[in-house]
Design a protein around this ligand. Structure first.
Ligand code: NAP
Length: 536
């Protein structure tokens, strides 16, 4: 990378104008920093700009999945549904950008190519693909943990004659499947939301499933006005209670504080049933050990399999739709009519677990089970999660060390926020933090606030840089590992483990330790004068 002499100097360069980038910019400006955001898309909104497939909506309740940093913002914004749809979340991101006057600090349609740490200047030189460059004291990666779509290297995909859509890169003009035969590969959260919608429109829908999904009903609907009024009467209190929850949400319905093994079969069934009626992630809180103890987990898994058998009329389809792995090990899907969709005469399920896709052809795909024809293809194949976006950049720290080398065996960092050898670089909602298991807006606010406090500390002490030590980083990796070992999360192939991407090192990337403990640890590090860091 050329170190362009004409680089514009700023205090902070933020990559990404999703929720994280917007709040970071607002916070930095409030601190008096000269900050700007660089965003590849032509709009703010991040995830909610790109993931606009039919049925896309949030799986945490809207009243919780929103910013808490400004009381007027949270009072004035009105969500229409219990789980907001993508378009409304995108409007919210735009509203935040306008309401806080952020737009003049955001460079849209501008993609970062690389960033190098200049050791002499103790600054980051950041270059865009079009050749613009900035020199920034701080570099904040707000590029999102699920922002690099996974496009598997399917043989013959280019030969397929019809249109190919990826759920995470959906067209901005309406897609009309009316009268078409559609094939969809994948049955994760995106597919579980898209399948019921596409099935209503398409002439025929063929679902290619490698691993069956557990899905709990969203019971979505218009936002209950009385519930909204109750929350808004003490929004700050509601937020504070949520921050004390393991996942940063759900304080209105805390987990049942007993083991699934400690109650009678009838009581267990009743607890699962009650949570199933409430919907969403409530199910996983039916007992306090469902994600910790495989025996307890198996009981919840069986409860969902029984539900699938009750919903899906064809016993063979019900059997194939029934997952066999631990529930919650891959993120639980939250659905609106997913299993019932397989009762439609125009929907069929093809199991590709034992007879995988061999190749695509002009008119469909060939698997071990035969040739399947369709006119349009949807890939709901997920993301190169947590590390994909950083690893695709020419990001180099001290001594020109590329991030690709630093992370060749998996992501190493301290507190999930900082990387040894990459001074003054902060990563929001990335690996090593609880973001993947937390209401991500809560995670983002905590990260941004911590970064702001850290910078304020540097400035108050006349210091230029903050950098994690390698020993703190190694201890943190062990901490993340140990937390995973106490759970059921290592028992399946998930994106948490990097197992969805061929060749990606298997390392459990998010911290499963609970948001309150994590946030307290971050605060403690700060209180102790940033132990584990070199401040210079
Ligand atoms: P995902 O959970 O990784 O699911 C990808 C699907 O594609 C899986 O069924 C996977 O099968 C399949 N797949 C991947 N590569 C394949 C291949 N080569 N051949 C056949 N099948 C293949 O991705 P996602 O559904 O986009 O969701 C990712 C995450 O985004 C979620 O876990 C969640 O955190 C977030 N998300 C949230 C919502 C929401 O409700 N708000 C909606 C969408 C996404 P295997 O399971 O066998 O790998």
């Amino acid at each position: 990378m050329k170190h362009a002499a004409a680089a514009t100097a700023v205090d902070m360069l933020i990559v990404g104008a999703g929720f994280a980038g917007l709040y970071m910019l607002h916070k930095a400006r409030r601190m008096g920093l000269d900050a700007l955001v660089v965003e590849a898309a032509p709009s703010v909104g991040g995830t909610w700009y790109h993931n606009r497939y039919p049925g896309a909506r949030v799986d945490i309740q809207s009243m919780e999945y929103s910013f808490s940093f400004d009381e007027t913002l949270q009072q004035e914004w009105k969500w229409s549904e219990r789980y907001a749809p993508q378009a409304e979340l995108l409007r919210y991101a735009n509203h935040v950008a306008d309401r806080f006057g952020l737009r003049d600090g955001i460079h849209l349609s501008t993609r970062i190519a690389g960033a190098h740490f200049d050791e002499a200047a103790r600054r980051w030189t950041v270059r865009t693909e079009s050749g613009q460059s900035w020199s920034a004291r701080f570099l904040v990666m707000a590029s999102g943990p699920l922002s690099s779509p996974n496009l598997p290297d399917f043989a013959g995909l280019k030969e397929f004659a019809g249109p190919v859509y990826h759920t995470a890169d959906w067209p901005h003009e309406p897609v009309d499947f009316s009268g078409l035969r559609v094939g969809i590969v994948g049955t994760g959260s995106s597919a579980v939301q898209a399948i019921p919608q596409i099935a209503q429109q398409a002439r025929e829908l063929t679902v290619f499933q490698r691993t069956a999904a557990y899905a709990a009903p969203a019971h979505n609907g218009p936002l209950d006005q009385e519930f909204e009024a109750r929350i808004k009467a003490d929004y700050a209190g509601f937020r504070a209670r949520n921050r004390r929850m393991h996942g940063g949400f759900g304080s209105a319905l805390p987990p049942n504080p007993v083991s699934a093994l400690a109650v009678s079969a009838e009581a267990r069934e009743a607890a699962f049933e009650q949570r199933w009626k409430i919907g969403g992630f409530a199910l996983l809180g039916a007992f306090n050990d469902l994600l910790l103890n495989e025996q307890s987990n198996a009981l919840a898994a069986q409860f969902v399999r029984d539900k699938i058998r009750a919903i899906v009329k064809d016993p063979e389809t019900a059997r194939r739709l029934s997952p066999t792995h631990t529930i919650g090990c891959k993120r639980l899907c939250v659905d609106s009519g997913y299993y019932d969709t397989f009762n439609r005469p125009n929907v069929r399920l093809v199991d590709i677990s034992r007879q995988p896709i061999e190749r695509f052809t002009a008119s469909g795909l060939q698997s071990g089970a035969g040739h399947f024809e369709f006119d349009a293809l949807v890939l709901a194949t997920g993301f190169d999660a947590m590390t994909g976006t950083l690893m695709r950049l020419d990001l180099r720290g001290r001594g020109g060390l590329p991030i690709k080398e630093k992370w060749h065996a998996g992501p190493l960092n301290y507190l999930g926020l900082t990387i040894a050898g990459f001074p003054n670089l902060f990563n929001i909602a990335g690996p090593g933090s609880t973001s993947a298991f937390t209401n991500v807006v809560v995670a983002i606010e905590q990260h941004v606030d911590w970064i702001a406090d850290c910078i304020a500390h540097l400035d108050a002490h006349g210091l230029a840089t903050v950098e994690a030590t390698e020993s703190a980083e190694a201890a943190w990796a062990e901490h993340v590992n140990a937390a995973a070992r106490r759970t059921v999360f290592l028992s399946c192939n998930s994106w948490y483990l990097g197992a969805n991407i061929p060749g990606k090192p298997r390392m459990f990337m998010p911290l499963a330790g609970g948001f309150p403990q994590y946030a307290e640890r971050c605060a403690q590090v700060a209180r102790n004068g940033y132990e584990g860091f070199v401040l210079a």
